[in-house]
Design a protein around this ligand. Sequence first.
Ligand SMILES: N[C@@H](CCC[C@H](N)C(=O)O)C(=O)O
Length: 292
Amino acid sequence: MAAASPLAGFPFLKMNGLGNEILVMDLRGRDHVITPAEARAIAADPRSRFDQLMALHDSPSAAAFMRIYNNDGSASAACGNGTRCVAWALGRDGGPERVRLETAAGALEAQRISEARSTVDMGPPRFDWREIPLAHAVADPDAVAVDLPGWTAPGLASALGMGNPHLVCFVPDQQSYDLATHGPALERHPLFPQRTNVSFAQVLDRGHILLRVWERGAGPTLACGTAACATAVAAIRRGLADREVAIDLPGGQLTIAWRESDGHVLMTGPTELEWEGRLPDDFAAGPTPDAA
Ligand SMILES: N[C@@H](CCC[C@H](N)C(=O)O)C(=O)O
């Protein structure tokens, strides 16, 4: 008889940040590291469906170390909406208002500013090609050549990192670009060896941007916090936006501030607990191949 999975019956919080579907599983005090196949099996069940799974592990220097999984089983070192959800989860029932969290990309500070709203210091944006990462150095990360219909000039896209890779395409009308058509191709743009998140941004004015995102490893989502941060930073570098900007995504609005004093990006927005559940008692991950 096969041994029961350590995840059988394991509790989770089903949350969302602006409709970005987040699952939080607290594995602190345990040795188990969720495998890509397990992540895909969890995402495949409608009761535990997610865009991103935030798995909390012990950390010697923070409240938790977060392993972040996309629903295709691939890993990310950053997730803005998921980090707000984790801050809410750790702060509920009289928990701390401020919490330090770690990811593979470094430490983040999150603060609850009301019952369902928090701000996360997402750290500094990365422009060095090795840190984004890009396949090679580029003359100007704000002038990436992208093959999109209707673009008459190259240089309308920016490449940058927020702990994870982002390609931000500034377009005159974001509705005229079909995510399902252009997202998968741009996610695998040859400049990005680890694939990339893809944003279509339309600047309305210096304080307001419309955004739609095709997420690496998850496809089209209602919101992506790190993409909102990357878009705000790219717009500010182009001289198109002020240091604080409202980003409207299909799921709602995030406020992004790029602080001058230390270059950190602050993301503020809501979170929502949808339900608390448990994985099935007979949970098992199928032998599906890992994501590319
Ligand atoms: N939805 C997230 C981003 C999640 C990770 C991303 N898909 C990646 O692979 O880098 C957010 O809110 O930032």
